[in-house]
Design a protein. Sequence first.
Length: 334
Amino acid sequence: MSSNNTPYTLFLCALPLLLLVLITPPAQAQTCSCAGAPLLSSQGSGVRSAGSFLAGVTYEYHDISSLYSGTTRLEDATVTRSTQSVLLEMSYGITDRLSVSGTFSWVDKLRTTGRHTASGGNTVTTRGAGDGMFLLRHILIRQTLWNPYSIAIGAGFKAPIGSSSLKRNGFTMNADMQPGTGSWDGVIWTSLSRSLLPERLSAFATGSFRYTGSNERFAENDRYRFGNELVVDGGIAGGLSGILSHHILIQFRSTSSDTRNDIALPNTGGTWLSVVPALNIEASERYSFRISGRLPVYQNLSGTQPTTGFALSGSFFIHFNRNDSNGFGYGTPQ
């Protein structure tokens, strides 16, 4: 690519992420203890080449025992929370510029209250199939030997596969303990990257926005709506030695406040900034693994809320008719 075209290409690459930021409401967010699995932040794989198929299974553990008010962490030894998710992702290349993907989830939630009491507290668990996400992705600018840049866009929806009406003692449980959200949501996605020297080193950025629908939870015309969610991340990926590679990214996440019958709910707002390092292992041309962590470095929550203290995940991927020439995604899922 000539230097005369570089500013124009960079503008095209940045435009989708800029649009995502502009259409997102002011930063108030549901906490990580919200219903469902982290579907939006799991969308790390990109556009596949024609005939290429990827299947992956990811286990993710979120410790949600930190208590925050605004940017201040509060001392609290009375409540602990955790969420375990299993994500099944499948992606298929229809053409060299168009691919389709589906992500399904299983969610296990645990909450213990009253840990300071003589009885040791009361533990509540819920588990079940979570929601699913389906995306169609298209390459706008393809990376070649002469062009180090690549950019893709995508759109799809989140389907309410998981239950949002589990009961305990005859009463419907709170939304944050349900496996699913009960709503159909629209999703847009974008990815851009640039290959760097030395070989196998690249810079990347991805952005996803989820526009949520509402769910009649307790009675007819009683509408609960989780906040719209924005996830933007960027970082560096590259090889280490032999079968090992790595990536490290900074992830920004924000959602608008939850509402019930169009009235904003208190204690459901905030923004998060996290560091996500990962180690990738290419066991063979067909099989690969990933181990990653997530550590929040900044969070600003509305009111007083529990939130993620740390997260750990492990992934296993199987590749069929693999061709990595499209230059999307980061790490082994490519």
